[in-house]
Design a protein around this ligand. Structure first.
Ligand code: FES
Length: 80
């Protein structure tokens, strides 16, 4: 899976960096080699940021505080 975290200006201000750091750790712990983490530019959902895309699925409203919950609840299950 390609996991893209928006680092566009709006998402950046809302904490993209914290989300990326949290996902790096979670991937290492739970999905090593199965998820490729990337930074991407504006996903067009700035009002709902930080915006994340797991392959084609949008996961919105992510931040440093809820990154683990979003990862475990919405992203990891997509691996099947
Ligand atoms: S800046 Fe992230 S969706 Fe636009």
């Amino acid at each position: 899976m390609i996991l893209s975290v928006c680092v566009g200006s709006s998402c950046h201000l809302k904490g993209s960096y914290d989300v990326i750091e949290a996902f790096k750790k979670l991937i290492a712990e739970h999905a090593e080699g199965k998820i490729e983490l990337r930074a991407c530019f504006c996903l067009g959902r700035c009002a709902d940021g930080v915006s994340v895309k797991a392959d084609d699925k949008y996961i919105l409203g992510v931040n440093g505080a809820n990154a683990e919950e979003k990862f475990m609840g919405e992203i990891l299950p997509l691996l099947g």
